[in-house]
Design a binder for this molecule. Structure first.
Ligand code: A3P
Length: 300
C-alpha cells in the first residue's frame, strides 16, 4: 500500500493532543503507544540498515536526501520520483513503521527517537547510525516556526514561553540535551557516525565524502557532484519529493511558512534577545558540562 492510500483515522480530539511514552511526549495524531512499543521491542533491525537519526529540526531531511543520493550514486531519479518519507520513513510514526517494514533492503530509516527508545535489536546488529546535530539555538528557532505549521503540534505561543519549554525538554521528543548526550554515548562505536548541520553548510562535498567513507561506499567525482548539486537547499526547495508540498493539509499548513524555511546557520541571532541567548548559554553549560566534545557553535 502506498502511503497516500492509507487512511488515517483522526478524530478532531486527536489534533494537538500529546501522550507520554516513557516520559517523552508524542503527538497522538501520527504516533501511538502501540507503535512505539513495537519499534522498541519487536522491530527487526537488519545489518545493512542505515539509520538517519536526529533531534527534530537538526537537518533530518537534508541528511535523508544526501543518503538517498549516495544510495543512487548521485543520480537524482529516485529522489525526484519517490517522496522522502517513503525513501527513508520515520519508523516511529504509525505509517512510517509499516513502510520501514515493507521497504526492500538495504533500508534507509529516519528517526527522532531518543536512544533509550530506539529498537533494541539495533544494539545487537551491525546496522549503521548517522547522527546529525545542529546548534540548539537554531534547532529551537526552526522548531518554533515549525510548530506553527505542523498541525499535530500544539501552538507554540509566545517565543519566550516556548523557549522555557524547549530548555526544560517539555516538547515532543523531549530534551535536546538528553537526546544529544544519549546518542553521543555511542560515539566510540564503529557503526556510529556523527556530523553537524554546520559542517554540512561549511563543506558539503567534504562532508559527503566522509559519509561515503563511513558507509563504505566511495563515489567517483561525477557521482559526488550529483549528490552535492541535488542536496543543495535550492535544489531541495524545488523538488516536490522532498520539499513537503505533497504533505496533506491536515498535517502541514504551508500557507504561512514552509518546511524548508531559511536553511541557514545562525538565524537565532535574528530571533533571540540577548537575555534569552544568555539564559540559553547558561543552561547549555550546565547540561553539557563534563562532556568531552566540541561543536562548531561552542565558543573557543
Ligand atoms: P530552518 O527552519 O532553520 O530553515 P529537519 O529536517 O530536521 O526537520 O530540519 C529542518 C531544517 O533543516 C530547516 O531549517 C530546513 O530549512 C533545513 N534544511 C533542510 N534541507 C536543507 C538544505 N539542503 N540546506 C540547508 N538547510 C536545510
Amino acid at each position: 500500500k502506498s502511503q497516500e492510500s492509507v487512511k488515517v483515522k483522526a478524530s478532531p480530539r486527536m489534533f494537538k493532543e500529546y501522550f507520554q511514552y516513557k516520559g517523552i511526549s508524542f503527538p497522538r495524531l501520527i504516533y501511538s503507544e502501540q507503535g512505539l512499543r513495537e519499534v522498541e521491542n519487536e522491530f527487526q533491525v537488519q545489518d545493512d540498515d542505515v539509520f538517519n537519526v536526529t533531534y527534530q529540526k537538526s537537518g533530518t531531511v537534508w541528511m535523508l536526501e544526501i543518503l538517498s543520493l549516495i544510495h543512487s550514486n548521485g543520480d537524482p531519479s529516485w529522489c525526484r520520483t519517490v517522496p522522502n518519507w517513503d525513501r527513508g520513513p520515520w519508523y516511529e510514526t504509525v505509517l512510517g513503521l509499516q513502510k520501514a517494514r515493507s521497504n526492500q533492503a538495504p533500508r534507509l530509516i529516519s528517526s527522532h527517537l531518543p536512544v533509550q527508545l530506539f529498537a533494541k535489536s539495533f544494539f545487537q546488529s551491525k546496522a549503521k547510525v548517522l547522527y546529525t546535530l545542529r546548534n540548539p539555538k537554531d534547532v529551537f528557532v526552526s522548531l518554533y516556526h515549525f510548530a506553527q505549521i505542523f498541525r499535530p503540534y500544539k501552538e507554540p505561543g509566545q517565543l519566550d514561553q516556548f523557549l522555557q519549554q524547549f530548555l526544560e525538554g517539555d516538547v515532543p521528543f523531549g530534551s535536546w540535551f538528553d537526546h544529544v548526550k544519549g546518542w553521543m554515548g555511542l560515539r566510540d562505536q564503529e557503526n556510529f557516525f556523527w556530523i553537524t548541520y554546520e559542517e554540512l553548510q561549511q563543506d558539503l562535498r567534504g562532508s559527503v565524502e566522509r559519509i561515503c567513507q563511513f558507509l563504505g561506499k566511495p563515489l567517483e567525482a561525477r557521482a559526488l557532484d550529483g549528490v552535492v548539486e541535488n542536496a543543495s537547499f535550492q535544489a531541495m526547495k524545488q523538488n516536490k519529493m522532498c520539499n513537503f508540498s505533497l504533505a496533506p493539509g491536515f498535517l502541514l499548513d504551508q500557507t504561512q511558512s514552509s518546511f524548508l524555511r531559511k536553511g541557514i546557520a545562525g538565524d537565532w541571532k535574528n530571533q533571540l534577545t540577548a537575555a534569552q541567548s544568555e539564559n540559553f548559554d547558561r543552561i547549555y553549560r550546565e547540561q553539557m558540562q563534563g562532556l568531552d566534545l566540541s561543536f562548531p557553535w561552542d565558543e573557543p
